[in-house]
Ligand binder design. Structure first.
Ligand SMILES: [Zn+2]
Length: 355
């Protein structure tokens, strides 16, 4: 009678190591011990669900919900419930009570493996255009920069202190709510001759400062990076998130009570786009709208609309989510113009979506 002992060492000659065809043998899958198991390599195009499928026993499912034997405890029936969200993210639940981190560490993974990489999304999702077809594909695998955060933190903190109670004038000039400027951390070092707008990364560290002179001219502090303009302690609307062009458009949107993140340029640097993606991925806004400016076409191309459309494509691809892009009403240069003119209620013109 043949039998396979799961823990038995192979007997006799080496060529007998492989088990024979299991015609009359009942193979009971048991969970391997945590140690000593080798795992299949993870390919760059693997989605989180592919990575899990290759490592879990009795893996079954229908594209959205899956089950498997839980590697976190001695599991005899599939107690691990797995759900794949539309953006490729995975939720895990062990019915026997293992924590997700226990489940993951038992198969040599961590939380990061539950989020799809941009590359995997680009290579898997039908809604994702392959890199070559993206209108403007930007490589997002850029190195984390070396920034003297402390320098920019202290510069912008000093400016904020000096600006206390003085935001009214700038707010009036811009046609925005002074509280929105306060929430964005706007300050001044010279009693309102120049205004300092902090720019941050996805962890809200100040990575740079943009100076805006009385006549609207912008300069940028050396040694920093262009980052995102984000309101701290501002009531958030759970549904929509506008990605505005520049800090003052962001302030205008906050003034009318909607969520907004400012990007530093129509088409920001790879680094700023990556911070934006990481931020949006964490917050999971169901409806993201990239706003462009109504630029005059130069050589047949209107830069603002094209950049907004391209950025929506990139975000849609990276987030596995449909991202819209929109413009202000045609008579306004940008969304701040429209809001300052009291025309927010005239709505934006939704021009397109990433899929
Ligand atoms: Zn478990």
């Amino acid at each position: 009678m043949n039998s396979i002992e799961p823990s038995g060492r192979p007997q006799g000659r080496r060529r007998n190591i492989r088990p024979r065809k299991p015609d009359d043998i009942e193979i009971v899958e048991t969970q391997p011990k945590k140690t000593g198991r080798t795992f299949p390599p993870i390919a760059p195009e693997d989605l989180p669900i592919d990575i899990l499928a290759a490592r879990l026993y009795n893996f079954n499912g229908d594209g959205e919900t899956f089950s498997a034997l839980c590697p976190g405890h001695a599991d005899g029936k599939p107690s691990l419930a797995i759900r794949q969200l539309a953006n490729g993210r995975i939720l895990l639940h062990c019915h026997a009570g293992c924590k997700p981190e226990e489940v993951l560490s038992a198969i040599n993974l961590d939380f990061s493996h539950l989020y799809p990489s941009g590359y995997a999304l680009r290579n898997n999702k039908g809604n994702c255009k392959p890199p070559g077809q993206l209108a403007a594909y930007v490589p997002l695998d850029v190195a984390e920069p070396v920034i003297n955060y402390h320098r920019f933190e202290s510069l912008t903190a000093t400016a904020r202190r000096r600006a206390e109670g003085k935001h009214g004038k700038l707010a009036k000039q811009l046609g925005v709510d002074p509280e929105a400027l306060v929430a964005l951390g706007v300050g001044t070092l010279d009693y309102g001759n120049n205004w300092v707008f902090p720019e941050v990364d996805d962890q809200f560290r100040v990575v740079g400062a943009c100076f805006r002179s009385r006549n609207g001219k912008k300069t940028f502090a050396t040694g920093g990076k262009r980052g995102l303009t984000i309101a701290q302690d501002w009531p958030r609307q759970p549904t929509q998130m506008y990605i505005a062009e520049g800090a003052t458009d962001t302030a205008a949107l906050l003034s009318v009570g909607v969520n907004a993140i400012g990007r530093p340029a129509a088409m920001p640097s790879s680094l700023a786009i990556r911070w934006l993606i990481q931020l949006l991925r964490r917050d999971e806004h169901p409806y993201v709208i990239v706003l462009g400016d109504n630029d005059e076409p130069k050589n047949g191309v209107a830069v603002g609309p094209k950049a907004a459309s391209d950025l929506a494509d990139i975000l849609g691809c990276e987030l596995g989510q449909n991202i819209h892009w929109a413009l202000p009403q045609p008579q306004f240069k940008d969304v701040r113009d429209q809001i300052a003119a009291g025309q927010w209620k005239a709505r934006l013109v939704i021009k397109g979506a990433s899929r």
